[in-house]
Design a protein around this ligand. Sequence first.
Ligand code: SAH
Ligand code: SF4
Length: 361
Amino acid sequence: MPPTGLPRLPDGLPADAAVPYLTPPEDLAALLPAEPAYRVRQLRHWLYRAPVLTAAEMTDLPAALRSRLEPLWPFTLEAEQQGDHGDTVKWLMRAPDGASYEAVLMAYPERTTLCLSSQAGCAMGCTYCATGQFGFERHLQAGEIVAQAAYASARLRSRPLPGGPARLGNVVFMGMGEPLANYENLREALRLLTGEMGLSGRAITVSTVGVVPGMRRLAEEPWPLTLALSLHAADDDTRSALVPLNRRYPIDEVLAAARNYTAQKGRRLTLEWTLVAGVNDTPEQARGLAAIAIELRAHANVIPLNPTPLTRYRAPSPDRVRAFVDQARRAGANVTLRDTRGRGIDAACGQLRSRRAAEAG
Ligand code: SAH
Ligand code: SF4
């Protein structure tokens, strides 16, 4: 049984059922045959502009209609964990076909940020990542991606996190999956997040491990998104050991695509660097990161590895983390040591799901 108060779908709901969030907003009239057009507009408002946890809360719709709209969500919540004194909440979502994915909501004094998933699992196989080790289940549909943001928004409206705004401020594609490997659904999700939900493109970050064709396509889209590149190493041998995709798209090609994105958008790139003891935490790597960050005018986020169940990799000691950051800064790079939100609750990429799978044997 899911924890009480969490949405639940009837057993056996087919994956393609006419769930409101899986229906493009322009086609919602098909879910409400024989209803006047203003009902469709009301529903659209509830789904995207003022999301609520249950259809029962859509107070200006007739009761009979509200009950027909259940189940509202295209997932059940299989688990919820809270950390950081209630300022981090992590959900494990399960689709009717059994695919599972997760989203993490984090409150900061000036903004509340949702980290969401673009795929159930991931096919990229990065050796430091719990999702990568788990393998690929399937792409998430655009509606499943957007529903994570709508659910977070509904949840914030009904019960804000203590340490942050009650409005969803930022969305980062840093949960499970490689967003640029699910391009069409990503693009449709971005259209809905910005158009229907009213988020600014500037408030959305797409993180990629370096899918070069996707980076080039994203540069042609209309939104001023922030692009985050998971770089993790300054030379191809080291990077290929961490990121198998580097053998297909080596650093030079990835950086050329990043440069093109920055030139098209005028947006500052973010470089992500997960610090792994004895692999990419040397002074030489720190200088390599600095050289790349300076050349691209990028901002570097360094985050110590969150250990995952299936790797032998470890995070460096706090002293060594500090030394790495200092070295990169002395070499002239703009570096932030990222906080490790949700450490106590398995909040790193894919970890809640892999723990559940391990518990289930
Ligand atoms: N597939 C995309 C987005 C999802 S991963 C990408 O790889 O960029 C989001 C971020 O989490 C990436 O920067 C990734 O490197 C980082 N990450 C993955 N596993 C991690 C771990 N065990 N510890 C710390 N960061 C991790
Ligand atoms: Fe996939 Fe990103 Fe994890 Fe690599 S780090 S396996 S691309 S989710």
